[in-house]
Design a protein around this ligand. Structure first.
Ligand code: ADQ
Length: 467
């Protein structure tokens, strides 16, 4: 069997010290690395005054990680700049927030070249390379330029935007053309896959060869619809843990017979938090009789604080929650509990289980794992209701959730009202298929599906890669 080399912006710490999606993803990728004796390569999270490309190796629980320090300017331009100020908003359909700066594009390219130069001595002829996410689109092409003929795959964890939006990116053609260096490209949904295909076909003149295979010049790439899941076994353990049980009791006690609606998100404009608060306010306004029967717990730890748009949304959410509480709170009841910190996954599992409604309303989301965690944590005898944005990748696998348009305050308000009175029978009928899917199509299923495409029947199928 070939070794797997995984490359991502950040390398996750070994099991035990991680949380959330990264946790599940890290566990799945580490399992693959353990099986194949491979290496996980990426940025160390540390700065250096002068880039040297020196690699720091660590071996932990059978997994080897290799990391490199970057210069502050690299992080400013590549990570805070192109990745998070340009690509992230654009790929989440927010061209109003996207910043198009040559310095960012240049720093992104330079840093990817630095990654390619650094990882180069670690790669052996039979290795299979799997690159993760939008920080590293051009890395495959950079490795090909350095003469590597290895099988190479790429997985995109965020949406792929519609063609006309992507054409606003000055480097779009170059960037997408460079992705033909990969042998397999994975997306969370058929929709993201087709948007990629549209751009390649219409803008670059690529041709479809059937069954998700696209050709550009002498390169063909296999496109794969490959939705990610949670680490379902591990999450079930979390749900059954003492910590989850204690959290459940604590939440139920503090809810005093009121139904809890829960939202758990990184504080990010793509998660639709302002629109969610608007929808919730609309619900309060339109349903006075249901008002004091419930409350909303919104957990939203700040992320990417170095980027202005994240500071702005944080300030707006503070103002909105203050305004809604000011307008509706009573002596014995406050509608929104707004909490700006992260919690361990076993605590979250208890919180999800204590909730009557999971409110997951991103404006766009590659997948959204909170929706799946919420479903996994429910009591089968008395499950809560998932309200899910139609525009999350997860919606494609979760048709029996209450699907809403997250931009419509009315739809959010109606769904909350409907979920609060939903009979137990209907709650179970809606929840069960969601649960079966979450358990079946979990993170191991995802990883195996992708690696099976990358390493067909364990055989290495080579294409010629002109330097
Ligand atoms: P994210 O945008 O980070 O991931 P998501 O899939 O929702 O989004 O995962 C968030 C994870 O962080 C969940 O596991 C959740 O439990 C955890 N988390 C969120 N808030 C937390 C809190 N307050 N405390 C503790 N943990 C918290 C990107 C894409 C997604 C895609 C994933 C995986 O944007 O669309 O699903 O990658 O591919």
């Amino acid at each position: 069997m070939s070794r797997l080399i995984i490359i991502s912006n950040r390398v996750s710490a070994p099991k035990g010290s991680m949380s959330g999606a990264q946790g599940g993803l890290a566990v799945a990728l580490q399992a693959a690395l353990r099986e194949s004796g491979g290496i996980w390569f990426g940025w160390s999270g540390e700065y250096t005054d002068q880039f040297t490309g020196q690699i720091n190796f660590q071996r932990n629980e059978g997994v080897t990680t290799a990391t490199v320090d970057l210069e502050e300017q690299d992080i400013e331009e590549y990570y805070n700049g192109y990745a998070n100020r340009t690509l992230w908003p654009l790929f989440h359909y927010r061209i109003d927030l996207a910043e198009y700066e040559r310095d960012f594009a240049g720093g992104y390219q330079r840093t990817n070249e630095r990654f390619a130069d650094t990882v180069r001595p670690l790669i052996e002829e039979e290795d299979v390379i799997w690159i993760q996410d939008y920080h590293m689109f051009p890395l495959g092409a950079e490795l090909r330029k350095r003469g590597f003929n290895n099988r190479m795959g790429f997985f995109l964890h965020i949406p792929w935007p519609p063609r006309r939006l992507l054409t606003t990116l000055p480097e779009a053609h170059e960037l997408v053309a460079s992705m033909f260096a990969y042998d397999v490209i994975g997306f969370h949904t058929q929709e993201w896959l087709e948007s990629f295909c549209d751009f390649a076909r219409i803008e670059l003149g690529a041709t479809l060869e059937g069954d998700g295979v696209v050709r550009l010049g002498d390169r063909t790439v296999q496109l794969l619809n490959c939705p990610i899941g949670i680490d379902s076994q591990d999450f079930t353990k979390m749900t059954n843990s003492d910590v989850a049980a204690a959290t459940f009791d604590q939440m139920r006690k503090s809810a005093v017979d009121r139904a809890m609606i829960v939202g758990v998100d990184r504080l990010d404009y793509s998660k639709g938090l302002e629109e969610r608060f608007n929808g919730y306010e609309r619900f309060l306004e339109e349903n006075p009789e249901q008002r004091k029967e419930q409350f909303l717990l919104q957990i939203a730890p700040p992320s990417r604080a170095a980027v202005d748009s994240y500071q702005r949304i944080r300030a707006r959410l503070e103002a909105m929650s203050g305004h809604i509480n000011g307008a509706y709170a009573d002596l014995d009841w406050v509608p929104i509990r707004y909490v700006n910190q992260g919690y361990p996954r076993d605590v979250l599992a208890g919180v999800y289980r204590a909730a009557r409604i999971g409110l997951v309303t991103p404006l766009r989301d590659g997948m959204n794992l909170v929706a799946k965690e919420f479903v996994a944590a429910q009591d089968p005898e008395d499950p809560g209701v998932l309200i899910l944005s139609r525009f999350a990748g997860a919606a494609a696998q979760m048709p029996t959730a209450l699907l809403v348009n997250p931009l419509s305050a009315e739809e959010i308000a109606d769904a909350i009202s409907q979920a609060l009175v939903m009979p137990l029978k209907e709650r179970i009928e809606r929840w069960k298929p969601l649960y079966d899917n979450v358990m079946e199509e979990d993170v191991s299923w995802w990883r195996e599906r992708f690696t099976a495409a990358l390493m067909p029947e364990g055989q290495l199928q080579r294409q010629e890669h002109p330097a």
